[in-house]
Ligand binder design. Structure first.
Ligand SMILES: C[S@@+](CC[C@H](N)C(=O)[O-])C[C@H]1O[C@@H](n2cnc3c(N)ncnc32)[C@H](O)[C@@H]1O
Length: 222
């Protein structure tokens, strides 16, 4: 089993604490490591982007264990999450190993060149809610953490923004996206809709977490 990155000195009032969903993604990538290495075997520096990196645990795990030759660029709207992601990557480096990971504060992948992302990772705000919260105006605002959880109607408002834009964000031939869902997001219906739009969608891993059932779907162009 690949070791879980250390996460320490994090203010969990401001940044999402690694939870069952984060750990499911780690297990997903452990399971997918051969597929990913094979897919990017001939690419010199594949670009990996995790949207909403939070503590940075998933991106650090990916950069360290799954595809060390990749360049990982994480995004998060929450500035505290961006700084924490950088700290986590740094804390998990060794003397002989510099992780090629950077963090940028942005909405989703807005400032990333189209068709540049080879592997897109997203553990979204998936909890159904009356609406997606507004982005706070300053760093000291106490509500940054709300953005980690609340996903509007069916918990899918932010996730659909990403899915509807996949053709533009993913690199042309080999781009692949891993997106996490809870059962209330109706992942079977989402998968069917995406298949009708020309995507191959596969269930990679699924697990009961308390009263939730979490799953990760993989999306590639047909
Ligand atoms: C459920 S947390 C996941 C955190 C981390 N990836 C993990 O698995 O532990 C969702 C993250 O998405 C971020 N987020 C929410 N809306 C976003 C948006 N529109 N663009 C970028 N990041 C967003 C939140 O700030 C939060 O850090």
């Amino acid at each position: 089993m690949l070791p879980t990155p250390e996460v320490k000195d994090i203010d969990y009032d401001k940044v999402y604490e690694p939870s069952e969903d984060s750990f499911l993604l780690l297990d997903c990538f452990e399971q997918e490591q051969d597929y990913i290495r094979k897919r990017f075997g001939n690419t010199s520096s594949p670009l990996i982007t995790e949207i909403g990196s939070g503590s940075g645990i998933v991106s650090t795990f990916f950069a360290k264990h799954i595809l060390p030759k990749s360049v990982v660029l994480t995004t998060d709207v929450n500035p505290h999450a961006c700084q924490t992601t950088l700290n986590t990557a740094k804390q998990n480096q060794t003397e002989n190993e510099t992780l090629r990971l950077d963090a940028a504060q942005m909405n989703l992948t807005d400032a990333i060149r189209p068709k540049a992302i080879d592997v897109l990772i997203f553990n979204p705000p998936y909890v159904p809610a009356s609406e997606v919260p507004d982005i706070p105006k300053d760093e000291a605002d106490p509500t940054w953490l709300d953005l980690a959880l609340l996903g509007g109607e069916d918990g899918m408002v932010t996730t659909w923004q990403v899915l509807n834009n996949l053709q533009t964000t993913l690199s042309q031939d080999q781009g692949v996206a891993y997106i996490l869902f809870c059962a209330r997001n109706k992942p079977d219906e989402v998968a069917e809709k995406m298949r009708r739009q020309g995507w191959q969608v596969d269930l990679i891993i699924s697990r009961k977490a308390g009263w939730e059932v979490l799953s990760v779907l993989r999306f590639v162009r047909n």
